[in-house]
Ligand binder design. Sequence first.
Ligand code: 1AG
Length: 134
Amino acid sequence: MPANLCGTWDIISNVNLEGYMVALGISPQLRKIALKLKLKKVIEQQGDEYIIKTTSTFRNYTVSFRMGQEFEEFTRGLDNRNVKSLVTWEGNKMVCEQIGEKKNRGWAHWIEDDKLHLDLFCEGEVCSQVFKKK
Ligand code: 1AG
């Protein structure tokens, strides 16, 4: 049984969000706003469904899925693209592949030393975020 990611988490570090956003084609004006945000994650599991909410004072983003079942994701309020997403466990990492216009796109969540890690990747750029439990 992989690590339990559920809970409410506050961001404590955020490396190369800028590079990730440039890879996604986000405008300079939105990038400037996004870089200042203190993101929170709320991860819930209801039966076999996971719900991951990313919240901030500016915008929120929610994704929900079942492990191993491909789904249509629209990245509303982020880069506003349609992707086909698939989340699986790779060892203790929850890994999402987001197939679409942008190559090598996805993310991975895992727990290390009681911290929640998130790597966001797109076209060779990696943004590494760490969250502490609230
Ligand atoms: C995420 O997905 C997405 C949230 O974590 C990413 C956080 C920063 C922004 C990323 C892309 C920038 C796009 C537009 C900038 C405008 C607004 C930023 C608002 C961000 C608030 C949500 C992974 C997640 C699984 O689904 O944890």
